[in-house]
Write a protein that binds this ligand. Structure first.
Ligand code: UTP
Length: 272
């Protein structure tokens, strides 16, 4: 029911655009990246969306808020389709909560900032940079819904993985996992950005997670790792050691890495 969107990064790869515009507000055709992420979370059954932002990202809150002037103008002019688009950014039964990450201390730290809102229950994490498209939402199941169903059936944490070219393992967290079926596998261990020669597989962790509330205590005990940042991967590794069961899941759908320019262009072409 709860999904966390860590969106407090600096988005340096899109400077100067991201000097004032949050990376998550960059459009893929006619919708900002964050809308695709929210649609996927709602499709998975989320009713509480927690955005971990920073002080420069007011646009995200504004985008999901009511736009009184615009809405009344569209209503006056009878532009009902446009009005529905403007009002439809967030379904009525879904609430958005904004939490600040005071300093960009890493993805793990950003997730930890959501602890007071999430509490003890299992929750989802969606990195909007990874746009995962499985047909139009409503036709194919979104990646997060596929993962939530598996997490529920197996009572375990689930991490999305994707096969990447062998020469790119040093850009990702890589898992070593024992296959359970065509799409899921039991993780043995994870390594952060291994050189191709050292990588145990080419299964890379991408931006979707379903995690138990226990991860927050493990994050609190995690010391800063690579780059002085608190890494989510380190806490998941601790969870693995403690519970012995975290699943890797090869989702159905196409992933676009919109954290870089080529990925954003590819996603835009695909949607067009
Ligand atoms: P990235 O590694 O893509 O960093 O973060 P970034 O700042 O967004 O972009 P670049 O690399 O400078 O261009 C992965 C995800 O983790 C979030 C980001 O917002 C993004 O969704 N994040 C990262 C935080 O929320 N807080 C952090 O301290 C770090």
């Amino acid at each position: 029911h709860k999904v966390v969107f860590p969106v407090a990064g600096l988005g340096t790869r899109f400077l100067p655009a991201t000097k004032v515009v949050a990376k998550e507000m960059l459009p893929v055709l006619d919708k900002p990246l964050i809308q695709y992420a929210v649609d996927e979370a709602v499709d998975a059954g989320a009713d509480t969306l927690i955005f971990v932002t920073n002080r420069y990202k007011h646009a995200i809150a504004d985008y999901f808020d009511k736009a009184y002037e615009l809405e009344s103008k569209l209503q006056e002019k009878g532009k009902d389709e446009l009005l529905a688009l403007v009002q439809g950014t967030l379904p009525k039964h879904v609430r958005a909560i904004f939490v600040t990450q005071p300093e960009a201390l890493g993805l793990g730290h950003a997730v930890l900032c959501a602890k007071p809102v999430v509490g003890d229950e299992p929750f989802g994490v969606v990195l909007p940079d990874d746009l995962i498209w499985n047909g139009a939402i409503g036709s194919g199941k979104g990646a997060l819904r596929q993962m939530a169903e598996l997490a529920d059936a197996q009572q375990a944490g689930v991490i999305a993985v994707e096969e990447v070219p062998h020469d790119q393992t040093d850009k990702y967290g890589i898992v070593d996992a024992a296959p359970i079926d065509e799409r899921s596998a039991l993780i043995r261990y994870m390594v952060e950005k291994p050189k191709p020669a050292d990588a145990p597989s080419n299964l890379a962790v991408v931006g979707r997670y379903v995690l138990p509330g226990r991860i927050f205590q493990l994050l609190e005990q995690t010391t800063p790792g690579a780059g002085g940042e608190i890494q989510l991967t380190d806490a998941i590794d601790a969870l693995l050691k403690e519970q012995g069961k975290v699943l890797a899941y090869r989702f159905e759908g196409i992933r676009f890495d919109c954290g870089n320019k080529a990925g954003l262009v590819r996603a835009t072409m695909h949607m067009a």
